[in-house]
Write a protein that binds this ligand. Sequence first.
Ligand SMILES: [Zn+2]
Length: 190
Amino acid sequence: MSIYKRKLTEKTLNFYPPDKECFACYDTGLVSNSDGLINNLYWSKYDIDENGKRFAGSDLSIICHCKKSYQQLDDAQNVINSGYRDSFGNIKTVQTINGEQALGISLSKDQTREIHNQRKQKWKETVETMNKYRIKNNKNKTKELPYFIETVKENLNNIESLFSFPTEKATVDSMKSNKSDNLSSKKPAL
Ligand SMILES: [Zn+2]
């Protein structure tokens, strides 16, 4: 059998949530805002630029309070992650050309816990929904999808071509035409 095939016993109908301890940072040490929960609950302008567009990374990182935000050691006491907080819980700083700067900012512990709890609850609901659909679709010939997947599918259909990057030839051609434009503009007026 091919090496990439799963054993039959590994295949189940079950839908699983992410295998993480902390749903505030998904075990990265940095609080995630991919679902916009930070905007909804606390900072409405967080990671939103002057034009009102969401732009991840435009604001300071939010450091979590869970153990993943601290230095982590393996069994042989090697540092495997330097972490964002020192052993007192203070956010670490780095030297920059503008002086000492913190690696990020914090929400309070209660606020961070709230994000974790709300996401955990949402994942629980998603698991229930997905399992309901999977069991139903397993028996039915016509497959039904939960609304949130339908919505994404519809959105994707409306995007003309998600991966239509310019070909190499088109890029070279456009560089050439730029060059000749520049040259012609440099010609002295006759
Ligand atoms: Zn965390």
